[in-house]
Design a protein around this ligand. Structure first.
Ligand code: COA
Length: 339
């Protein structure tokens, strides 16, 4: 019998400070009605000064360990594009703060697709026999990287962290990841980019431009690629594992824009009622978006043990990835206030 990676705990959190659409419209030229109708977002949470991505990750990780009922893992995989600093990685500090001892920990950068990439890495570590349990965290703070002049990014992004504990188990049991479909396309690397801090920007030999510190995004083009890649990857995965779109109880896509998710569902001939939405309350939380959405839906009972769940994600890189599982019986705490 082959070894599978099985989801056994989940947890997520957002920072305290809620920023609604009316507050965003005091910062850039926009309004609540436009943001709701064009994105589906009503509010998001931004970290206070002094709070880092690692701080959020520690809390999400603690909740996931509690949900799994364990206090040790063999590896921490931390998906983020906004680490505490470029070097060292944030994962070792997260492992230490969680009291996990001198286990390996590393960061993984795949933008908004990072959490699915993290699940893939953890699954490989478990399948190879080198790990029994792995903590996978997706966390990002983009609020400090938003161009004050750019209404496209200001309206979308929120901060947050989500985590899952995976354990070795049986491929047939609920929670076992049924397979993965991952991909990337560097030809479109400039569609979403944060230039500052990398070797390309430093080796230019020119002074840092203010704009290099901010996330630049070509929203319309990203929209089209996001639909194509999430639909294509989801379809490829379903074919590979022998599931049909009509089998799905929940379609959990990266929470960037409700119109993107509904269009993906339409392309796949999936019922829009099966699209899990969480972005209305937290915005696009990048690598945290999938575990935040899952934790929220598990906490409020939308996700039930035995449900067939497809996860699919897309982000800068370009990077995308999908996986699927039968939802297990896991405890979850709501990551954000409901009202
Ligand atoms: N508030 C008010 N009006 C706005 C606006 C805002 N925040 N942003 C754009 N507009 C205006 C534009 O000026 C334009 O007006 P015009 O028709 O008079 O020229 C109109 O609204 C449409 O603009 P457009 O850029 O075509 O909007 P859009 O429907 O593409 O929505 C995004 C913009 C950013 C919300 C959308 O493209 C998107 O979600 N893209 C994907 C982003 C993403 O997923 N990022 C995460 C991965 S990096």
């Amino acid at each position: 019998m082959s070894r599978a990676a099985v989801l056994t705990g989940i947890g997520a959190m957002v920072p305290d400070r809620m920023v609604d659409n009316d507050e965003i419209s005091t910062l850039v030229d926009t309004n609540d009605q436009w943001i709701r109708t064009r994105t589906g977002i009503e509010r998001r949470y931004w970290a206070d000064p002094g709070v880092s991505t690692g701080d959020l990750a520690v809390e999400a990780g603690r909740r996931a360990l509690e949900s799994a009922g364990v206090d040790s893992v063999d590896l921490v995989v931390m998906a983020t594009s906004t680490p505490d600093q470029p070097m060292p990685a944030t994962a070792p500090r997260v492992a230490t703060d969680l009291g996990l001892g001198n286990i390996p920990g590393y960061d993984l950068s795949a933008a908004c697709a990072g959490f699915i990439y993290g699940l893939h890495s953890a699954t490989g570590a478990i399948a190879s026999g080198s790990c029994e349990r792995v903590l996978v965290i997706g966390a990002d703070i983009w609020s400090t990287r938003l161009d004050p002049e750019d209404r496209a990014t200001a309206i979308i992004f929120g901060d947050g962290a989500g985590a899952a504990v995976l354990r070795a188990g049986d491929p047939e049991e609920p929670g076992a990841f049924a397979g993965f479909d991952l991909g990337s396309d560097g030809a479109h690397k400039d569609l979403a980019v944060l230039p500052a801090g990398g070797s390309r920007q430093r080796s230019r030999g020119e002074p840092l431009r203010e704009a290099d510190n901010y996330l630049a995004m070509r929203g319309k083009e990203i929209f089209t690629h996001a639909v194509d890649r999430m639909a294509g990857s989801s379809t490829a995965l379903l074919e590979r594992i022998g599931w049909h779109t009509s089998d799905l109880d929940w379609f959990v896509g990266h929470q960037a824009n409700a119109r993107i998710l509904n269009t993906v569902a339409d392309v796949m001939h999936a019922d829009r009622e099966r699209v899990l939405l969480h972005l209305d309350r937290v915005g696009n939380t990048s690598a945290a978006s999938i575990p935040l959405a899952l934790t929220d839906a598990a906490a409020d009972g939308r996700l039930q043990p035995g449900h067939r769940v497809l996860l699919t994600s897309f982000g800068g890189g370009l990077s995308w990835g999908s996986t699927a599982l039968l939802w297990p019986d896991v405890a979850a705490l709501a990551p954000a206030p409901r009202t």
